[in-house]
Design a protein around this ligand. Structure first.
Ligand code: GLY
Length: 401
């Protein structure tokens, strides 16, 4: 494949309020362990209901309904159980993801709602994690099948993975989205497992096209971008979950802040780390006083809802960058402090109570404000990334991604 190279210049705002992140925030190991104990308590409360079935993507009145393995989110629940197993060593957490393999097998083999780039989210945190942690070969086979299906979504001429829907669907054809940055690890991993470069080449081409078109010149991001799969030419950016087409959806920016460093990890292309730094500055410069973003970065104060899940994803991205940047990088320590500040703020003001009626871990997430869906609720990916960030802060954690 002839790789289309970077054709984009992205400006860097720098961190505008460096004093906010100059000192290490007061958040101790004990604080993190207390926060982890709360996550484990919520997992324990939910575990009896969610073995054969999975939590819905978000809560309704703070309760997770039970669903089949149909949505884009079951992997977050399975991933939380793997994290719980890693931090406790308790087999009760390992047993459930191993039972759930049958469900992931049925889904991939019968192609149940697999017309989506979310195969990455689904199979990275379930089967790829199982294989990495326990060497489970059945899980490896399923993750490789998912990688094959994900690769089928690659439009060679445009150099992108189509996000949603059938490849012939005129409304979705050639549409890529920033969330997909997180789904590329499955492809990089598959190349490592099979020694076939085709998965990695597609993932690398996609991330370069995301940099070229989804990232704007000011280091904000479109949620989605249409390419012409026949000519390979760019068409236009728009939004699905953001405030408007030209605003910057907070969770999308966070997917970028975490996803670009993940592609850097597998490709060592320095441009990917560099663009992630610029996205990060745009994000940090728009945080309100408590460091938890509004659901769209067009809002920096006022009555709009926060999206605690975007904050948790961003914190994981910051912590990943801290791992990958050289010690002498001038922004590295600000990123570390910003991540701790965000997680500290979430742990103090955004977590559920011990009441079993509050089934999520993080409160105050927004799934899709435009559709009035999951507004000011808990969501599975918010709970997962908050837990991942806490584990990252307390353990030398090997990525599932
Ligand atoms: N990937 C879908 C979302 O972030 O809502």
């Amino acid at each position: 494949m002839m790789i289309k190279q970077i054709n984009k210049t992205v400006t860097d705002e720098g961190i505008q309020r460096k004093e906010r992140y100059a000192n290490r925030p007061a958040f101790s190991r004990e604080d993190a362990e207390t926060a982890i104990a709360h996550v484990l308590k919520k997992i324990d409360q939910n575990l009896p209901r969610f073995t054969e079935q999975f939590p819905a993507p978000c809560t309704t009145n703070l309760r997770y309904e039970a669903t089949e393995n149909l949505e884009w989110t079951p992997g977050f629940w399975t991933g939380m159980l793997w994290l719980a197993y890693e931090v406790t060593g308790d087999m009760k957490y390992r047993k459930v993801p191993e039972i759930q393999l049958a469900s992931y097998q049925e889904r991939i083999e019968q192609k149940i709602m697999t017309n989506t780039h979310d195969l990455g989210f689904l199979y990275t945190l379930s089967c790829m994690a199982a294989n990495k942690l326990t060497g489970n070969q059945e899980a490896r086979t399923l993750a490789l099948k998912a990688a094959d299906l994900l690769l089928e979504r690659f439009h060679e001429k445009a150099g992108i993975i189509q996000a949603w829907g059938d490849l012939t669907n005129p409304k979705q054809r050639g549409r890529m989205i920033i969330d997909c940055n997180m789904n590329l690890s499955l492809l990089y991993w598959a190349s490592g497992e099979t020694c076939d470069p085709k998965y990695k080449q597609a993932a690398y081409q996609h991330i370069l096209q995301a940099l070229n078109y989804i990232v704007r010149g000011d280091a904000s991001t479109y949620h989605t971008y249409y390419m012409n799969p026949e000519s390979g030419e760019p068409i236009k950016g728009d939004t699905h979950q953001g405030f408007c087409d030209e605003s910057c959806w907070s969770r999308g920016q966070a997917w970028g802040m975490y996803g670009f460093p993940l592609s850097y990890l597998y490709t060592k292309d320095e441009h990917l780390l560099s663009v992630s730094k610029k996205l990060t500055h745009y994000f940090l410069n728009r945080l309100p006083e408590d460091d938890v973003c509004y659901w769209d970065l067009i809002f920096t104060e006022g009555e709009e809802e926060r999206d605690s899940s975007a904050a948790a994803i961003a914190a994981c991205g910051l912590l990943e960058m801290v791992k990958q940047l050289p010690v002498l990088d001038e922004d590295r320590r600000y990123y570390e402090h910003a991540a701790i500040k965000i997680i500290s703020s979430l742990s103090k003001q955004y977590v559920s109570s011990e009441d079993e009626a509050e089934e999520g871990v993080l409160l105050h997430s927004v799934y899709n404000k435009n559709f009035s869906h999951g507004v000011d609720e808990s969501c599975m990916w918010g709970d997962y990334f908050y837990f991942e960030a806490l584990v990252r802060m307390t353990k030398n954690w090997t990525l599932y991604w």
